[in-house]
Design a binder for this molecule. Structure first.
Ligand code: GLN
Length: 485
């Protein structure tokens, strides 16, 4: 098999056996990236020099006879909304085109400490607002399975970089589906951990009560390894959960006999593409053949999830994005006549259409006279949605559904209709509203395009998601098919 489609655990074996050096591995991935990037446009910045230096450090450790940690020397890509000291961090926005952070995000410090090799920063929807990566202020990323189609979003660049063999692992962020949906559309594994499980220090905020960082991987075992690296309490993030660290690899290779799996009926009916539904029904048969107990579940307030999300997320975004005024960071309009003019011109020029739309929606929802009717009402409905999950997860160990209602759509297909775009997250958004973990695993193909299955679980029970996902992956036989580029 091609080196660039191998998993981290396979490559770790090659590194420790001395079959390849970390430097050679890094070079091979940089070459691969160079050969496909023109078609895919997954990266905003490639950090070649830094990557080769980090790989060199790993080779020194190997030469010194050190026992290599599991992800040392393994290439990784980072979504361009996480700070990497000294490297441009743009959020794919013109307003941050020149922003170079003076520090690294906690997750970036953690992957560095694990000896991972950072290949670069990936493309995304501007400020993570979108489901197709078409809202990037810089470039449009292509889906490697069909370059006429979108990779999903907002972490489209990270999903593509893993799916196309430009890197082995990647980090993304997920506010309403931005890791799971592109993972599904690109045929890779992607997880949104529980709110608070991963530090967000150094992640550029979009909607602070929903944002969470998580892994993209080629298989579930790699996902568990990367989760081990990035989880854990961080005093620098006040929303980071205290507690002992879990070893998620301990949940691999366990059976799922007698496990209770609920299938929310609201997520299998209307709006779900029949080809996608068929693959998920097949996947449920696989789970059942492994001994899981499958039953219908219900999340009765699901139909409020999209409106609730678009009130809460936009309200928080309008507040978070107030800081981009041309004073401290990024773009400043030089022709402005006075300070108010400078704020207005810098923001008008710096933000793209979708970001402006959300700032206006959020400002409206928070304004005096509307606050109670919209924002407060949305918060109450959010509680009802959360209670639906509490009840369902009292009865079931996990819930399973399609990650996305359809497969990868054509570029431009939904750009003129924001509502259609918003509906692509119908099965992922409530997971963020409830703060619970969710993982997307490859579950077959429909019309030649990947389909993902989402597994949702109890707060801080990522272990069970890994367990179910790994058992499914081992039996379903969907691995081993790669995009031809
Ligand atoms: N697609 C959703 C949105 O546009 C979710 C994005 C995300 O998870 N960052 O807001």
């Amino acid at each position: 098999m091609d080196l660039f489609y191998m998993t981290a655990h396979e490559l770790h074996g090659k590194l420790t056996a001395g079959e390849i050096s970390a430097g050679e591995l890094c070079r091979a991935f940089l070459d691969r990236l160079g050969s496909v990037e023109e078609r895919l446009q997954a990266f905003i910045t490639v950090t070649e020099e830094m990557a080769l230096k980090q790989a060199g450090e790993v080779d020194k450790r190997i030469a010194a006879g050190e026992k290599l940690p599991p992800l040392a020397g393994i290439p990784i890509a980072v979504k361009d909304n996480m700070c990497l000291d000294g490297v441009r961090t743009t959020c794919a926005s013109k307003i941050l085109y020149n922003f170079v952070p003076p520090y690294s995000a906690t997750v970036v410090e953690k992957i560095k400490a694990a000896g991972m090799v950072i290949l670069g920063k990936t493309n995304m929807d501007e400020f993570a607002m979108g489901s197709s990566t078409e809202n990037s202020g810089f470039q449009i990323t292509s889906n490697p399975w069909d370059t006429e189609r979108v990779p999903g979003g907002s972490s489209g660049g990270s999903a593509v970089s893993v799916a196309a063999g430009e890197t082995v692992l990647a980090l993304g962020s997920d506010t309403g589906g931005s890791i799971r949906q592109p993972a599904s559309l690109c045929g890779v594994v992607g997880m949104k951990p529980t709110y608070g499980a991963v530090s967000r220090y150094g992640l550029v905020a979009f909607a602070s009560s929903l944002d969470q960082i998580g892994p993209f991987a080629r298989d579930v075992a790699d996902c568990a390894q990367l989760l081990n690296v990035i989880t854990g309490h961080d005093p620098l993030d006040s929303t980071s959960a205290p507690g002992e660290k879990t070893d998620y690899t301990a949940f691999l290779n366990r059976d799922i006999k007698g496990l209770k799996v609920g299938v929310p009926r609201e997520y299998m009916g209307e709006g779900i593409d029949p080809g996608v539904r068929k693959e998920i029904e097949e996947a449920l048969k696989v789970l059942s053949s492994l001994g899981a107990d499958i039953e219908e579940a219900t999340l009765p307030h699901s139909r409020y999830a999209i409106p609730v999300y678009y009130l809460i997320a936009t309200a928080e975004a309008s507040s978070n994005l107030a800081r981009y005024d041309g004073v401290k960071y990024g773009l400043r309009d030089e022709d402005a006549q006075d300070i108010v003019d400078m704020y207005m011109k810098s923001r008008s020029r710096g933000f793209g259409t979708e970001v402006k739309r959300r700032i206006m929606l959020g400002t409206y929802a928070l304004s005096a006279g509307y606050y109670d009717a919209y924002y407060l009402k949305a918060l109450k409905a959010r509680t009802l949605i959360k209670q639906d999950f509490d009840r369902a997860l009292d009865r079931f160990d996990v819930l399973v559904c399609p990650t996305s209602p359809g497969t990868a759509f054509r570029k431009g297909e939904k750009t003129d209709d924001p509502l259609q775009m918003y509906l692509s997250d119908i099965t992922t958004i409530s997971v963020n509203l409830a703060g619970i973990p969710g993982i997307s695993v490859p579950a077959g193909f429909s019309g030649g395009l990947p389909v993902g299955m989402q597994i949702m679980g109890r707060p801080f029970d990522e272990g069970t998601l890994i367990r179910v996902a790994h058992a499914f992956e081992g039996s379903a036989g969907h691995r081993g098919r790669f995009p031809s580029l």
